[in-house]
Design a protein around this ligand. Structure first.
Ligand SMILES: *Cc1c(COP(=O)(O)O)cnc(C)c1O
Length: 452
């Protein structure tokens, strides 16, 4: 390999990996210390040819690569990157665009603008909302809640961007007791603190109890933010946005929706009813690396009032005067990778029909898991409404032992979780390449591990 051939060689190695990933043991069987040694021990003194670096990297990394892009990885909520989106990200790297604004990269901004408009249309968010291309739902939640913080304090005559929170009116943040932990981290970083949260009860499947939300809203006053969710990370449960947003607005509160993966359910005509009222919210966060099957790391944040979004996150500097608002004004990065190309490519490849089919197919496969594991005697712990399944195999120790054995077996990979005080195997189906045969093969492996 010559140094000029290094990019093609990397692409070829990646192509080979992806073509055979379904036949690898899903979790690598590797000793971490050995893996470290493969990456070297001492700081290199002399330079090396790029091609040698590539070969050394591939050799060092291969034994420790998790086959999470393959069809039988069901851990966390992990999508398998689509071919077009992966190729688009490779181009984004090769073009090495600085996606700051249209002055720095007109193409990057144009792709974001079109992909952002498509995303809004796909899920039913008003076309007038602003869209930021962030790193994932964590950043999306932070930006959405920064906009919320700005708005509820501005309504009380307080400029939080200038005055901070030191002497600001106290903000209360209503959160479901099954919110994702990224919400708490966002609140910490925004200076609101987890102490600002007021918990709202959830129902058996983890969706917010709207009656209790109404009580909690009425029990206090002052600047208020309500955090809602589409797609609980354990159960897939979706909050009733229609009623929750209406209540929030009756009380002058801002409604933020964490739709990390569940937002995409709105793109499916058969599941859209779970997201009814989505257009009523004030801000929304989601991932693209989960259910949209775009490579890491990417997400979207939408804000119904672009002026509030910009007030919360824009930056100015003398060298930017006259350049207008750019993509970086809507996120927490200044210089950043051109994330819009991959999102554009994924939506362009799937089309609205293809995305609906992907979401529906993953949900049908999740129900297949639940049915087959239930038939085999496992206890299904959730109402399977999206792509998440919880399965218990007896007492907690047995369930943990089954999860451990399955992870070591290598046929498939799923993690564990604690739901309502009990241990469960947690199965998330989010990959466009997963088939019924993959589910059947995985169930067979799980049952085999359980029986032994
Ligand atoms: C995954 C997830 C997040 C965090 O998303 P990242 O992309 O990891 O930042 C937030 N909320 C929910 C409901 C999630 O499933």
């Amino acid at each position: 390999m010559t140094d000029q051939e290094i990019l093609a060689a990397a692409a070829e190695a990646m192509t080979r990996f992806r073509a055979t990933v379904s036949e690898r043991p899903v979790a690598p069987q590797v000793d971490f210390e050995e893996l470290l040694d493969g990456f070297g021990t001492t700081l290199p003194l002399d330079s090396s040819p790029p091609s040698a670096v590539l070969e050394e990297l591939m050799h060092a990394a291969d034994p420790g690569i998790m086959a999470s892009v393959g069809p039988r990885y069901f851990g966390f909520v992990v999508g398998g990157a689509l071919e077009s989106a992966t190729a688009a990200d490779m181009l984004a790297l090769g073009w090495d665009q600085m996606a700051f604004n249209a002055t720095a990269s007109p193409a990057a901004m144009a792709a974001e603008q079109v992909a952002g408009a498509w995303a809004k249309e796909l899920v039913g968010i008003p076309a007038t909302a602003s869209v930021g291309f962030v790193t994932g739902a964590q950043e999306a939640n932070t930006v959405g809640l920064a906009a919320a913080r700005h708005h509820v304090l501005a309504a009380r005559g307080w400029d939080v961007e200038q005055g901070g929170l030191q002497d600001a009116p106290r903000v209360r943040v209503l959160v479901g007791d099954e919110r994702h932990s990224t919400i708490d981290r966002s609140l910490r970083l925004l200076g609101l603190g987890t102490g600002s949260t007021v918990p709202v009860r959830t129902d058996g499947n983890g969706a917010i109890d709207v009656g209790h939300l109404e009580e909690v809203l009425a029990a206090g006053d002052g600047p208020t933010i309500v955090c809602l969710q589409l797609g609980n990370v354990n159960t897939g449960a979706c909050d009733d946005l229609e009623r929750s947003c209406a209540l929030a607005h009756e009380h002058g509160a801002w409604a933020h929706v964490d739709g990390a993966f569940g937002l995409w359910a709105a793109a499916s005509p058969t599941l859209r009813h779970l997201t009814r009222g989505i257009e009523q919210a004030d801000s929304w966060g989601c991932d693209v690396h989960k259910w949209l099957n775009v490579p890491y790391d990417g997400g979207l944040v939408f804000v119904s009032r672009p002026d509030v979004h910009i007030a919360a996150t824009s930056m100015t500097a003398s060298y930017l005067v006259g350049q207008g608002t750019g993509g970086s004004d809507l996120v927490l990065n200044a210089s950043r990778r051109a994330r819009g190309f991959a999102v554009w490519a994924a939506i362009r490849e799937l089309g609205s029909k293809g995305l609906a089919e992907l979401v529906d197919r993953n949900c049908a496969l999740a129900r297949r898991f639940a049915d087959q594991l239930g038939d085999a005697g496992a206890e299904i712990g959730n109402d399977v409404m999206l792509n998440q399944v919880l399965a218990a195999f007896g007492d907690d120790a047995t369930t943990d032992a089954v999860i451990d054995a399955v992870q070591r077996d290598g046929t498939c990979w799923m993690g564990g979780t604690t739901w309502r005080g009990r241990r469960y195997m947690r199965i998330a189906v989010s990959n466009h390449t997963t088939t019924e045969a993959d589910v059947d093969r995985s169930v067979e492996a799980i049952v085999r591990c359980w029986r032994s």
